[in-house]
Write a protein that binds this ligand. Structure first.
Ligand code: NAD
Length: 501
């Protein structure tokens, strides 16, 4: 507890904001109650929205490269506080130290990207069909961006959205997961340090509101929030998407995944085993991009399964703060119960389960550690097609590469996918229009651990949104097409002559 207090003070979180509130925060490491955070009401959230609207009106006129300077300063704060914030991610979300710090590194990387972007918000010039005319497009900020995030990437997802949204000239209101408010408060404190050094930014440019779905719903339903960027379960997206659409708002949805790796008979199995291990048991199977399904060629499935079982047996399960740990805890009891239910269903549907039991119960009676499970399935049954947010890896086999791709695509989700193969034809087919239907399709690397330079997101029930790199910034802007007539005539498009004959 003392070390948690030290982290709060190192990160600039005021003690009074984490004591006496109505939202208890438990560390998944040992189940200890580490804070009681004050929640915002829906009314306070609406007030924050009004303040954000005013802030955005001032911010949109600040030149974009100057806006980039604020993000550069944020990147500096994150560099300086990487170890402390990474540790708080471990304490609050249960990630091992390397992954907690890796998450902060991702924030730093997107800040660097956004600083460069602040000088590259390009529009096209387009050849006009009319003489003496110029046509072009300009990009303007959308307004206020509401960011709703999940517990499993408690800070990185905020930064993907906010670094881009701010350089694009928007204001941001963040509703973090009710399971991880502390890392949000710490991030906000670091942002405010950057703001202070920046000097003349409008007040309330980026705010955080704490609470459950009612607070999220205030963002979802407000016509003053131009874009709702929501990350979480498909259940949440099914509610948020139509509600935002009903008021003709924009939404950017980043929802569940059910990510598969195809392992061909030509695969380098050493690489495949390493890629699968990180993807399946990293973050205790609680990444949206976690590897959940293996589709292996019939000639290699037995050897691959045996090697994976061996690798699983030697993966250290333990406190995420201890050196050598590879598998930390599940977030809470509900996650444990969901895992047990899925394993029971898998067994009923013909699966052979190895692992999956509770671990370290004596040492951590109030926390939920598990042995990651491997389940050999006779086929892709209902339970396999459902995302269970826990370390369960279903292994299935295939005879032809076409059938493997069909099985890979035959799930409702479409986030990440990979193939391990040394056959060029298979690799190219996998990435082609008749290959993987996912937003991410990798060759000889696993499904998780994406770089920020690419656009991140997925299709079907994953929601269709794209965040982070490439041209994902366009989601945070509105496009205007401008046509300028510098001639002395007024020709109409499509050659129309109107009242001239
Ligand atoms: P969750 O859906 O339970 O909660 C996510 C967020 O949505 C929380 O902040 C929650 O308070 C809020 N919320 C829930 N219902 C809402 C509503 N009706 N209106 C407004 N806000 C609402 O998800 P979780 O358990 O925190 O996270 C795990 C899920 O997130 C998994 O399904 C995972 O695949 C997904 N995820 C996806 C991505 C991605 O980029 N595609 C990234 C991380 C996590």
């Amino acid at each position: 507890m003392d070390s948690v207090k030290q982290l709060f003070s190192a990160l600039g979180i005021a003690q009074e904001s984490v004591t006496g509130g109505s939202l208890p925060v438990h560390s998944p490491i040992d189940g200890a109650r580490i804070a009681d955070v004050r929640e915002h009401t829906a009314q306070e959230t609406n007030q924050a929205i009004e303040q954000a609207v005013a802030a955005q009106k001032a911010w949109r006129s600040v030149p974009a490269p100057r806006r980039g300077e604020l993000i550069r300063l944020l990147g500096e704060e994150l560099r300086e506080h990487k170890a402390a914030l990474g540790r708080l991610v471990s304490v609050e979300a249960g990630k091992i130290t390397a992954e907690g710090e890796g998450e902060v590194q991702e924030m730093i990387d997107i800040c660097d990207f956004a600083v460069g972007l602040s000088r590259q918000l390009y529009g096209l010039t387009i050849a006009s069909e009319r003489p003496g005319h110029r046509m072009m497009e300009t990009w303007h900020p959308v307004g206020v961006v509401g960011v709703i995030t999940a517990f499993n990437f408690p800070v990185a997802v905020w930064s993907w959205n906010t670094a881009l949204a701010l350089v694009c000239g928007n204001a941001v209101i963040w509703k973090p997961s009710e399971k991880t408010p502390l890392t949000a408060l710490a991030t906000q404190a670091l942002f405010e340090r950057a703001l202070k050094r920046f000097g003349d930014a409008p007040a309330h440019l980026a705010q955080v509101v704490i609470g459950g779905r009612e607070v999220g719903e205030a963002l979802v339903d407000s016509p003053r929030v131009a874009l709702v960027s929501a990350t979480g379960s498909t259940r949440m997206g099914r509610e948020v998407g139509p509600r935002v659409a009903a008021r003709f708002g924009r939404s950017l949805l980043e929802l569940g995944g059910n990510n598969a790796i195809i392992v061909s008979q030509s695969a380098d199995l050493d690489l495949a085993v390493r890629g699968i291990l990180f993807g399946a048991i990293g973050t205790c199977g609680q990444r949206c991009t976690s590897t959940r399904r293996i589709i292996a060629h019939r000639d290699v499935v037995q050897e691959l399964t045996a090697r994976l079982k061996k690798a699983y047996a030697s993966a250290t399960i333990g406190s995420p703060l201890e050196a050598g740990t590879l598998v930390g805890p599940l977030i809470d009891q509900a996650a444990f119960d969901a895992m047990q239910k899925a394993l029971a269903q898998a067994a009923e549907q013909g699966g052979t389960v190895t692992g999956g039991e509770r671990a370290l119960q004596e040492r951590f009676p109030n926390a939920f550690y598990v042995r990651p499970a491997i389940v050999e399935m006779p086929g892709q049954t209902d339970v396999v097609r459902h995302e269970t947010f826990a370390p369960i890896l279903y292994i299935m086999s295939y005879d032809t590469f076409d059938a493997a791709i069909e099985m890979q695509n035959d799930v409702p989700q479409g986030l990440s996918s990979a193939v391990f193969t040394t056959d060029l034809r298979e690799a190219e087919q996998f990435m082609s229009a008749s290959g993987s239907d996912c937003g991410i399709a990798n060759v000889n690397i696993g499904t998780s651990g994406a770089e920020i330079g690419g656009a991140f997101g997925g299709e079907k029930e994953t929601g269709g949104g794209r965040e982070s790199g490439s041209d994902a910034w366009k989601a945070y802007m509105r496009r205007a097409t401008n046509t300028v007539n510098y001639s002395r005539e007024l020709p109409l498009a499509q050659g129309i002559r109107f009242g001239e004959d």
